[in-house]
Design a binder for this molecule. Sequence first.
Ligand code: C2E
Ligand code: CA
Ligand code: CA
Ligand code: CA
Length: 282
Amino acid sequence: AKRDGRNAYRFFTSEMQAQSARALLLENALRRALERGQLSLHYQPQFSLDADGESRVVGAEALLRWHHPELGWVSPAEFIPIAESSGLILPIGEWVLVEALSQLRRWDDAGLPELSMAVNLSAVQFRHDDLPQLVERVLGELGMPAERLELELTEGAAMDNPAVAITVMNELHARGVRLSIDDFGTGYSSLSYLKKFRVSKLKIDQSFVRDLTDDAEDRAIVDAVIRMAGALGLQTLAEGVETEGQLAFLRRQGCLAVQGYLFSRPLPAEAFVEFVRAGALA
Ligand code: C2E
Ligand code: CA
Ligand code: CA
Ligand code: CA
């Protein structure tokens, strides 16, 4: 038993070493990723659901992509936490904001309908003193109305420090920027905070959408979130919609917007334009 224990311990440490070696490697590579032009954004269309059964593209969510010459594509699920713990998320997050809003300006110039741009924020950026000023400056430099921007903050990040969250939300709200709570339902937020948080939208997490057609409990949760949001004057967007069955349920319950592979995967900017133009003709 003693020997097994020691082997198990050794195995555990070597696995941990391999993991932290990879994390270190990624952190060093990420440090240079921006200047070397390895980061890009993909855009996933967001659709409004109208009462008459129509759906149309009303916005895009910007999603960060990293392609490294040797490591290949690295998933945001792997590199975002590293960017956060190293502080690199601050320059990277600023780049995302500038790039996403510059893209929105180019789409306007190319004659696309007026879309909104949703940008993900890390808790680290949200806690950083300068965020409201940064957002105001970038919008000003690009001549983009604040109403076109939507910042997504996860429930966990908002609940990390609710007092700070409320202050920052108020400052962003005062500048006309809208906020969404991302991954809603996965955190531990007390519902009473929803009254105090200056948000305009709840994004229903894809974990509740996945089994919607088979799981009565998920249906009950999604239904409750949609009704509560309606009563509080908040919009709802369901994420990760992959099937017609899920869409039909969400429509029936009065969900206002959706996003997911059923409509489109996240796309490079040029493919996004083609997607929107093709939809407008259909
Ligand atoms: P998220 O903000 O919840 O983004 C939704 C994720 O679900 C994206 O993964 C998207 O590609 C994926 N997705 C969209 N539709 C479907 C679907 O129908 N089915 C399934 N299974 N998945 C779908 P992605 O792009 O890998 O991003 C993962 C996470 O990384 C994001 O989750 C977000 O938390 C973070 N992230 C991505 N870009 C940024 C960024 O610019 N800044 C920050 N702070 N975080 C980011
Ligand atoms: Ca998001
Ligand atoms: Ca989400
Ligand atoms: Ca997520």
